[in-house]
Ligand binder design. Sequence first.
Ligand SMILES: *Cc1c(COP(=O)(O)O)cnc(C)c1O
Length: 230
Amino acid sequence: MNTIATRLDDVRQRIHDAATKYGRPDSSIQLLAVSKTRPAGDIRSALETGQHRFGESYLQEAIEKIQQLSDTQAEWHFIGRIQSNKTKIIAEHFDWVHGLCSFKHARRLNDQRPQRLPPLKVCLQINLSNEGSKAGIAPEEAAELAGLIHELPRLHLKGLMTLPAPAETVVQQRQPFQALRELRDRIKTGALPLDTLSMGMSGDLEAAIAEGATIVRVGTAIFGPRNSRK
Ligand SMILES: *Cc1c(COP(=O)(O)O)cnc(C)c1O
């Protein structure tokens, strides 16, 4: 087996072990392989093992890879920062967007989603920790924004996403993930169940699964350390 296949097996085992430990079915947790900065060949190696969801952050390289892999069943998730002048490219090429933070971007993505494609699946990014990424909306704003996005016919609001600052212990790691789950439980409605919790990465996926993650976004543990971007 090549290295990527071996690492993918290890990550699947970690997910399985955490799911078992916390009493969840494996099928309730999806693995998003974060392939940013990785060549298309690495993604092909992962595809050959049955992995088909991939996360990308940098649009230009993402579009090149999406085109190179158009013969495959890969599903593409945009997990980077959204810029207003790039929403059209995102709406045309991706299946999911995890980092939605404004109604302005939501409306642009809605208006620019091609009719031949199904509604774009989106998650609202929530900023729960002061030290984490500066992206994301405040928890107090989530209910209102969710309601507005729910009205947009070309978007399908699936749930919430967060990207907390790295923490040392599992207890510390679980705090923002617990907060995201509790926020979701407060603002969900019958019409808007928000059943996706996109949280957990290479270093903290167990903590995220403990708190109910349904998508873990894993890069380094699958593809190895990234070179810093030029
Ligand atoms: C890069 C990235 C990841 C993956 O991080 P790893 O630590 O390499 O697993 C997950 N989510 C987002 C939003 C990212 O930008």
